[in-house]
Structures are given as C-alpha cells and as structure tokens.
Write a protein that binds this ligand. Structure first.
Ligand code: UD1
Length: 367
C-alpha cells in the first residue's frame, strides 16, 4: 500500500480545534501517514499547550517555535523554518487550516517544495482586504490543489475565482466536529461557578481583531457600548494577548475602572469557553470561529464587524453583523434582551462528521 505522507500544520489558537478532529479521523485510515507541525505562532500555555491537552491532540512531531513579530517577520520566520522540515521529511501533501499567518506561510513553502497543498476551510471571503486574514485566504487558495470547504459560500467563491469544480469538495465544518465531541465534557466544567454566573444571565465578549483593538478610537467606541451592557448584566471578557496590550492604555484604563460588572479574565481553556458561551444570554465578538460556534449552540451572536467571511452564520444561524458603532451595538443588545432573536438552523454538513469526510477523501489522495 502506498501511504500518503501528510504533513499537517497548526500555528495559532483557532487552528487547534480544527486539527484535533482531523488527527483523530486519520487513525481510521491506514492509507494516511500523518505528521503534525506546530509553527509556534501562538506559544503561551493558555493560547496553545492547554488546547493540546484538553482536545487530546498528539504532541507535535516538530515545533518551529517562531513566536510573535510583525506580519512580515513572523511569516518569513515560519517559511524559513518550515522549508527545512519539508526538505527533510519530503511530505506528499501539506494540509493547512483556516487563515492565519502560519496557513499562508506553510502553504507557500509546501507548493514550492513540490508537495500538494490541501486547504481546510477554503474559499471563505470577507471581501475586506484590510483584514490580514483575507489576504492569507486569497493567497493560500490561489496555490491550493485540493479545496475543502466548510460552507457553500466557500465553494461558490472558488468557482467564481475560476478554480476547477473537481478540486473543490464541500465537507462541512471540522471545528463543529470538535464542539460536538466535547460538548458534554464542557458542561461538566465549573466555569460558571468559578465566575459566579447564572446560566442565561450574562454576556460574553471577545475582541482581538487589529481593526478593533489596535485602533484606540475603535476600542474606545466598543468600551462605550460595554459600559451600557454591563449595567444590564454581568459581562465576562476573556482578554486575548493582543488586546491586553492595548486595553490598559490612557483613557481606556479609567473607563474600565468604572465598570464594576465587567469581568476581565485571562484567556480560557476550550472546554471552559465552550461552557461559558453555551450558557450565555448573548455573545459579542469579532472572532470568526465564535460566529460558527454560537450558531450551533443556538446562542445569539452580535459580531462587532461590518462583514463576515462566514455568511452561513447570518443567513442560517444566530449571528448578526452589528459593526463597531456604540449605538448600533447597544441597540442590537437591547433587541436580544427584548426577545428579538433568530431561532437559527444548522448549516448543511455541520454534523460532527466533517473530519471523517476529509480523511475519507485523503485516503484516496495518495494514489
Ligand atoms: C492570530 C491570527 C488571527 C486569529 C488569532 C486568534 C494572523 C494574521 N492572525 O492573531 O487570524 O484570529 O490569531 O487568536 O495570523 N501573543 C502572546 N502569546 C501567544 C500568542 C500571541 O503573547 O500565545 C502575542 C504575540 O506576541 C503578538 C500578539 O499576541 O504580539 C498577537 O499575536 P499574533 O499571532 O501576531 O496574532 P493574533 O492577534 O493572535
């Protein structure tokens, strides 16, 4: 039997819950010989190691240990280190997930070294080139050999861009596989007790997009909205390292000190965060993945962005784009409290079996 030497890449937090179900699904396919490479883009215990433990991801075969830096420095460091690994190990194919700098950096190296490139979560487009992730998505897809799409919009975008239909497969959402698998374990965590929260009676906030947290005015506007919301119910805000750097600057610091009902906490583990969102009254976020998770959990999601690369969450799910203007955020929050919420449906193939489909496709890809 000719095995497919498949090198899988993870780098940043949102990659871990996508790779976990894939690594598990490969076990049922003897035709696949997987290797796991961690670029080290995210490196804190709280942003990386804990996810490996909670999700049962095998230890990476290789850790490039690149850490943070400007986009160019980080991308270049990943490329330089990954090139050596690909040259040494000669994979037949490299599988990348999502849209982070590790995705595009390893994708470029793979193709130039003659490996086939497989992109999980291919074709998503926000049509907003000011987002670094949009550039990463466009560049990665422009050199991908096999496109594995999580939602129909991805397939349509790729066809519109001229990619051949026979290279595109709608497989569903591997991140939702992870959520469904760990839902019961998440329920058993004590996070609500630890934070003294009542189910259904609090809001969750996450913010980390550069457009929201690196620009003091944009962050200030969001804090105006949070000032209002925390008067209405407790607000839990697990703070991302990028956001932490900016939150305590000048005027923000004084404003935060006044918000007695806003709980700033360290980034949570996967299971704790899943339980926290599943029991929330409403989630306010600028994350991509959380838009999808809230859709499955049936929890109203207010996305603090003007666009989304995940339109299924708005068209079918519980997500609503509300932008960053304080009055719009407050208005949308009050509507949720008044019971004006979408009931939401599960998008096609977000059924917990996406990784199985991917592994099935890849088992035949070696020949
Ligand atoms: C990255 C991804 C983004 C994803 C996000 C999830 C890119 C372009 N962006 O953004 O798409 O939604 O991850 O978190 O790839 N840091 C730490 N400890 C860590 C990780 C990061 O202190 O474990 C610091 C870094 O040094 C850096 C900052 O946080 O200063 C931001 O990290 P970086 O990887 O550059 O991008 P993110 O904002 O996390």
């Amino acid at each position: 039997m000719r095995q497919l030497k498949l090198m899988n890449v993870v780098g940043a937090r949102p990659n871990f819950m996508k790779i976990a179900p894939l690594m598990k699904a490969y076990r049922a396919q003897p035709e696949i010989a997987p290797v796991l490479v961690h670029t080290g883009q995210h490196f804190d215990e709280r942003m990386s190691d804990r996810f490996f433990r909670q999700l049962g991801i095998p230890d990476p075969d290789v850790n490039l240990g690149v850490g943070g830096g400007t986009h160019a420095a980080q991308t270049a460091a990943i490329m330089t280190a990954f090139e050596r690994v690909v040259q040494e190990r000669q994979p037949d194919a490299v599988l990348v997930v999502g849209d982070v700098n590790s995705t595009v950096a390893c994708g470029m190296v793979a193709v130039k070294e003659g490996a086939r490139l497989i992109h999980v979560e291919a074709g998503l487009r926000s049509f907003d080139r000011s987002m670094p992730e949009e550039i990463n998505r466009i560049l990665t897809d422009s050199i991908t050999d096999l496109f594995l799409c999580s939602e129909e919009s991805g397939r349509q975008n790729l066809l519109r861009e001229g990619q051949p239909a026979e290279h595109i497969r709608l497989v569903g959402n591997v991140m939702i596989d992870c959520l469904l698998e760990h839902r019961a374990r998440a329920e058993a965590t004590q996070v609500l007790e630890d934070l003294r929260l009542e189910p259904g009676a609090y809001a969750v906030v996450t913010l980390h997009r550069p457009a929201n947290v690196d620009d003091p005015q944009a962050l200030g506007n969001i804090l105006i909205a949070l000032e209002h919301i925390q008067c209405r119910m407790p607000v839990v805000f697990p703070v991302h390292p990028r956001t932490r750097k900016n939150l305590w600057e000048g005027a923000h610091r004084d404003r935060l000190a006044q918000m007695a009902n806003l709980r700033l906490v360290e980034p949570l583990g996967y299971l704790e965060f899943l339980k926290l969102t599943a029991s929330a009254r409403v989630v306010l976020t600028d994350s991509g993945g959380i838009q999808e998770e809230t859709t499955i959990l049936g929890v109203p999601c207010l996305t603090l962005r003007e666009n989304t690369e995940r339109p299924a969450t708005c068209e079918l799910g519980t997500n609503r784009l509300v932008g960053m203007a304080p009055l719009r955020i407050i208005g949308a929050f009050e509507e949720v409290l008044a019971g004006q919420v979408k009931s939401g449906q599960v998008p096609p193939l977000w059924d917990g079996k996406a990784a199985e489909r991917v592994a099935g496709i890849l088992a035949g890809y070696g020949r």
